[in-house]
Write a protein that binds this ligand. Structure first.
Ligand SMILES: [Cu+2]
Length: 184
């Protein structure tokens, strides 16, 4: 048992360990940054993102997923951003021209096609006072449906930009989340 005899296999083993842990660390941090989750009490908010502004538009929309891990219904009733970032943030839903709420457009290809044109007379958005998050359920805010509307942006949203958003829940309290801007 000379040190020389042991050194090579031990060095190899050490190298494998180092490379292995580096890979684990890398995959953890990259998945963490692309899909961060934010928790408070019974509420878990994830996949918070906004689309890059087209041109000089001073409005934007934030999309996210809200999960309620408790057995009691909760409500999202407020959204706010720093005044230096945008004048206001509010909770919006898409509604049909006849006033009915468009909740799930994903399963209806004809509606979502209409939606994607962006200037449909069939659909419009309106501010709502709150959004119910079912007990042990989740609500997804996504293009063509619910969103957090930003008005009076100080500057157009740029791909890769991050900004803070405060969400107020009846039971979950106020949760500060970070939104990431994605390319359109
Ligand atoms: Cu809106």
């Amino acid at each position: 048992m000379t040190p020389r005899f042991l050194s090579r296999p031990m060095a190899l083993a050490a190298l494998v360990l180092i490379v292995g842990s580096a890979l684990v660390a890398t995959s953890c941090s990259s998945s963490g940054s692309s899909s961060s989750t934010f928790k408070s009490k019974n509420i878990v908010v994830s996949n918070v993102w906004a689309r890059e502004s087209a041109g000089a538009a001073d409005n934007g929309a934030v999309y996210l997923t809200i999960e309620n891990t408790s057995g009691t219904v909760d409500k999202l009733f407020s959204a706010s951003v720093p005044q230096t970032f945008a004048k206001s943030a509010s909770i919006h839903e898409m509604v049909m021209a006849d006033g009915t709420t468009a909740t799930t457009l994903a399963g209806n290809s004809s509606s979502s096609t209409t939606m994607d044109s962006g200037s449909s007379s069939m659909m419009s958005m309106k501010e709502v006072a709150s959004v119910t998050i079912p007990a042990n359920g989740s609500v997804t805010f996504e293009p063509g449906g619910r969103h957090i509307m930003l008005t009076g942006l100080a500057a157009p949203l740029k791909n890769g930009q991050k900004f803070d958003l405060n969400l107020g829940f009846l039971n979950g309290g106020v949760i500060k989340v970070t939104a990431t801007v994605k390319a359109s």
